[in-house]
Design a protein. Sequence first.
Length: 234
Amino acid sequence: MTTVERARRLASERPDRPVPCPECAAQVKGANLERHLAKTHDGAVGAHEARWGGPERVGSRWLLVLVLAAATGAAVYTATSGDPDDRIILGAAAVASLAIVVWGAVAWGVPLFPGRLRVDESGAVLRHSFGLARRRLSSIDKVVIGTAMESRPSGNSGNDDSYASVDVRVGGYLQMRGGRRQITVHCPSAGGVRSTWAGWEQGKKRKRLDITLDPREFVALQLALWERGTLSPR
Ligand SMILES: [Zn+2]
């Protein structure tokens, strides 16, 4: 079933309540969805599967951990080898600094790492680190929804603390949990996710986000979760 077909089915089940448009993510009264699709989107038929792409933030965390471990190891090894080589120590420091810069940029929302998210009958899969790794939920037991945050430089750093930062809201997140694993999906404009659905829990503000989807794909994710019975219309 395509996302548009899912939205049509949801609209027919609740004609008097808002339904997220599968094309533009606007909240449209169920009874008016067909007219909205015809007028605004040329009668969109959509063929998307339950598979979406967007920048992910897991890969940069792994990169940081790996590079810091390797750089520390190289620096310690050469420092204790009896013949310390400054070039290796400085090189290790430079590589570690670069990894920290990349990690920081990704944490501020710079889309450096492409990710893929898929939802199926059994669970969900996040492919990250340029497709080299994935995180699989073999079930989706719980959905948590909350406000997404990012740290940004405050811009008015004093002399004492040149790394002052402020936390800013950057939309919302929907977190899928299965056992002890979780996948946190961020969307810059989460729209009416709270008012459309029941069956989720309110979560705290979060900065640790795994993948960012655009509003249209975020709606497609919600409709896929509805189809598999994880979310229900409010
Ligand atoms: Zn629309």
